[in-house]
Design a protein around this ligand. Structure first.
Ligand code: NI
Length: 156
């Protein structure tokens, strides 16, 4: 039998929303207070839903401790108490909106979760009690490298 399992984790991080190619006035028009130069913080809540086959002997799709360890090492340790724009290379060039953070976590987990026998189904990232972003797994995990390969093939 197939089942899904959702786990929740928390991390705190700072970010600043601004595009380097826009001037300060335009950035504050687009991102409002979030474009202020010295950044601000959020207590993020991350829900991760994985899917897999229930092991009849134990009645679970994955060992919860193993899943939690993977999420801690591959996501929480990288994001918790960081300034996302500076501490995570991806966000040096990608504005760390809730949407872009969720997509980045999705790409990391799509690649990592098969190693423990489950697949990613969905991620919901709560940035505050008032807003959350939900993204779903793509059928074929698309990494930066995949995208570059696809682009170079398209150009060839
Ligand atoms: Ni913010």
């Amino acid at each position: 039998m197939h089942a899904s399992l959702t786990v929740t984790m928390n991390f705190s991080a700072a970010h600043r929303l601004a595009r380097p190619d826009l001037d300060p006035a335009t950035n504050s028009k687009v991102y409002g207070k979030c474009a202020r130069p010295n950044g601000h913080g959020h207590d993020y809540k991350l829900e991760v839903t994985v899917t897999g086959e229930v092991d009849d002997r134990v009645g679970t799709i994955v060992d919860l401790g193993v899943l939690n360890d993977l999420l801690r090492v591959r996501v929480i340790d990288l994001f918790d108490h960081r300034f996302l724009n500076k501490d995570i290379e991806h966000f040096a060039t990608t504005v760390p909106t809730a949407e872009n953070i969720a997509l980045h976590i999705r790409n990391i987990l799509q690649a990592e979760l098969p190693s423990i026998g489950v697949a990613l189904q969905r991620i919901k990232l709560h940035e505050s009690p008032n807003n959350a972003c939900e993204v779903f797994a793509t059928i074929t995990p698309q990494t930066e490298t995949d995208r570059e390969t696809t682009e170079s093939l398209a150009l060839a």
